[in-house]
Design a binder for this molecule. Structure first.
Ligand code: SAM
Ligand code: SF4
Ligand code: SF4
Length: 356
């Protein structure tokens, strides 16, 4: 069992010399605290999901980051410790596909003692083999992306020659290893997989796993996003509720991304993530660390803040702490609240690079 250090103690026991906290918490210009850190451990992936890394843009000649440019596990851990000292209570490893990074369980073992909740988002293709080692290293939970239960649709969405049965098997293995509750993420794209919403809900009802239906977003600038392709979460809830009545339930914690609904018959819950139709920027507590060590204060940011130069230039922990705090304190992001057809065309950083 990991020892969880209360946030208050982390702040006072850490090395933060002059904590720039407002009302007890590090706050941005809109009064939002920094609670979550998403770490992209690689910009590479073995899938080519059409909504994330379309093959036309991420082909064989795509210039992925060289190894020397990406943060080492030691560098990531040093930064993560500083983030935890600044109030982060939840760390999510992501990418790209985090499980293509060699020896990821070693990073998990280095991060686990920090005391933050430690989770991982994966496409599931390499999970069955690694689940036990990840759990033993201290990973708490996993989220597995799965856009359809139907092989042809699954392949059409992820554009990789990988059988959906293997992902489903990986979900079972992860659950058996105790990486629970397993969350299953389905990005819903109109006309592509929306016919599979009810089947997806049915497959995981009563299993203890939580399916989350994600509105297709205009992340990056390569997926040719159109509003017409978005199925609003309200419609998802309506379609499932028509079969098995759903009722809303409260968030587990302030700033939770998914809106929670439970089956009235007690068969568990689902979540909907409505970044497009119901922006949740006002409670957004997430910071992102890119594969090469840049900080992004929003999923839709156009640029980041370079921490790698500080890390490799000999900066002290205190200097890095102050830089991170200053970036958060200047933060004013609210992209989803101001999204238009025009903003969707802006050149934004790709999700596989800053971490989903
Ligand atoms: N490769 C891992 C995976 O697929 O789970 C982790 C990284 S992926 C970028 C993280 C999450 O972002 C996945 O659940 C994926 O489905 C979601 N995602 C990617 N592009 C998206 C988009 N355009 N709209 C909504 N969700 C998206
Ligand atoms: Fe890879 Fe995940 Fe993006 Fe799909 S969503 S291309 S699996 S990083
Ligand atoms: Fe947070 Fe940016 Fe998403 Fe708004 S658009 S919820 S600020 S990541």
């Amino acid at each position: 069992m990991k020892k969880v250090i209360p946030i208050e103690d982390r702040r006072t026991a850490g090395r933060v010399a002059a904590p720039p906290f407002v009302g007890g918490e590090l706050a941005d210009t809109r009064g939002r605290a920094m609670h979550d850190l998403r770490i992209s451990v690689t910009d590479r992936c073995n899938f080519r999901c059409v909504y994330c890394m379309p093959r036309e843009a991420f082909g064989a000649d795509h210039p992925f980051l060289p190894y020397s440019a990406i943060l080492s596990f030691e560098e990531i851990t040093r930064l993560a410790r500083i983030f935890v000292e600044l109030g982060v209570g939840k760390i999510r490893l992501t990418g790209g596909e985090p499980l293509v990074r060699r020896d990821l369980q070693r990073l998990v073992a280095m991060l686990a003692p920090l005391g933050a909740e430690l989770t991982l988002t994966t496409n599931g293709s390499l999970l069955a083999k690694q689940a036990r080692a990840l759990k033993q290293a201290g990973l708490d939970r996993v989220t597995v992306s799965l856009d359809s239960l139907d092989d042809a649709t699954f392949r059409a969405m992820n554009d990789a020659d990988f059988p959906v049965a293997k992902v489903i098997e990986a979900i079972d293995v992860a659950a058996a290893e105790g990486l629970t509750p397993v969350k299953v993420n389905m990005v819903v794209k109109r006309g592509v997989n929306d016919e599979h919403i009810v089947r997806m809900a049915e497959r995981w009802r009563g299993t203890g796993h939580i399916v989350r239906f994600i509105e297709y977003m205009d992340v990056g600038s390569t997926n040719a996003w159109r509003m017409d392709d978005v199925i609003p979460s309200a419609e998802v809830v309506q379609r499932i509720s028509a079969r098995w009545p759903l009722e809303p339930i409260g968030a587990n914690y302030a700033g939770e991304v998914a809106e929670r609904w439970r089956y009235a018959d007690g068969s568990g819950e689902i979540g909907v993530i409505s970044s497009v139709t119901q922006a949740f920027c006002s409670t957004c507590t997430r910071m992102r660390l890119s594969t090469e060590g840049s900080l992004f204060t929003c999923l839709f940011a156009q640029s980041g803040h370079d921490l790698k130069a500080l890390l490799r230039g000999g900066a002290t922990d205190e200097e890095i702490t102050n830089e991170i705090a200053a970036v958060w304190q200047r933060r004013a992001d609210r992209y989803s609240e101001i999204r238009t057809g025009e903003t969707a065309k802006l050149r934004k950083v790709e999700m596989s690079y800053i971490g989903g």
